[in-house]
Design a protein around this ligand. Structure first.
Ligand code: GLU
Length: 274
């Protein structure tokens, strides 16, 4: 049997910590391991963090095929996918600022929440073609949103498989009208990740259980864009001694700091449970 193709897909917005080591080692032991740099958000990503990612992974004893895919080099492919969704009548421009959305939600008591927070109240869905055209022609910045109900109807019922939690019925509706692109980020995480997993022939997506809900959206995008559906294995998140998950924000011990304090790759693998 062919080994699964797996991937570790960090964003170079900081140094890797022990939680990342767990995710990378998990992917590497589950199949033929790829590294992908998710640097869509060019404002937050830094080349020095990318260099540090490769150093840390090599230090841990991992190796991966070259060249590494960098999302920032593939904006044209993401654009093509957006054009395809647009051609299916599933996207609309949204001119709302964050403040506009907050105001609208505050005014409508009891706005529904999804995995990423309150759902978009649909303000810009009501605009006429003439209004949209006028604002775009006037240079107003806009995001592209997926008309979720139309997208779900177009795709029909969908399911996906998680190695830990079994067969799942896809419920992307819980996200509402998601943003798939913005002026400053030409593809959302969901779009770029789904397209890249297909382009790289990933057969088993391993990632933290914190991204479990995202897979409902990825499954929908696969159906709309005619992409294959990999299998998934959402794994546990490493937690510290007090039971909190390690994160950049909480200054989890970075692999660099562990290395500089004299820990060996074997020590760090053991700390991560490998
Ligand atoms: N780039 C994402 C992160 O840093 C990972 C995305 C994924 O594995 O699908 O959390």
């Amino acid at each position: 049997m062919m080994p699964d193709v797996t991937r570790f897909a960090p964003s170079p917005t900081g140094l890797l910590h022990i939680g990342h080591a767990y995710a990378a080692l998990f992917a590497a032991q589950a199949g033929q391991f790829l590294v992908r740099i998710e640097d869509i958000d060019t404002g937050r990503c830094r080349p020095e963090f990318e260099t540090a990612i490769f150093e840390d992974l090599a230090w841990l004893g991992l190796s991966w095929p070259q060249p590494v895919r960098r999302q920032s080099r593939h904006f044209a492919e993401y654009r093509q996918a957006l054009d395809r969704l647009s051609g299916q009548g599933l996207l609309y421009p949204c001119f709302c600022t964050r403040a506009d959305i907050q105001r609208e939600i505050a005014a409508a008591a009891g706005a529904p929440h999804g995995p990423d927070g309150p759902l978009y109240p649909g303000t810009c869905r009501k605009l006429s073609d003439a209004e949209r055209g006028g604002r775009i022609a006037a240079g107003a910045p806009y995001a592209l949103r997926l008309a979720m109900d139309l997208a779900c109807t177009a795709a029909g019922p969908l399911s996906w498989h998680d190695a830990a939690q079994g067969e799942q019925r896809a419920v992307p509706e819980q996200f509402g009208d998601l943003v798939l692109a913005r002026k400053d980020t030409p593809a959302s995480y969901h779009l770029a990740c789904t397209l890249d997993d297909a382009a790289q022939g990933v057969t088993l997506v391993t990632r933290g259980v914190d991204l479990f809900a995202a897979t409902h959206v990825h499954r929908l995008l696969q159906a709309l864009l005619g992409l294959p559906t990999p299998r998934y294995h959402h794994h546990k998140l490493l937690v510290d001694a007090s039971g909190r998950k390690f994160s950049k924000r909480d200054r989890a011990p970075t692999l660099k700091a562990l290395r500089e304090s004299g820990k060996t790759p074997t020590d760090v693998r053991a700390l991560a449970g490998f």
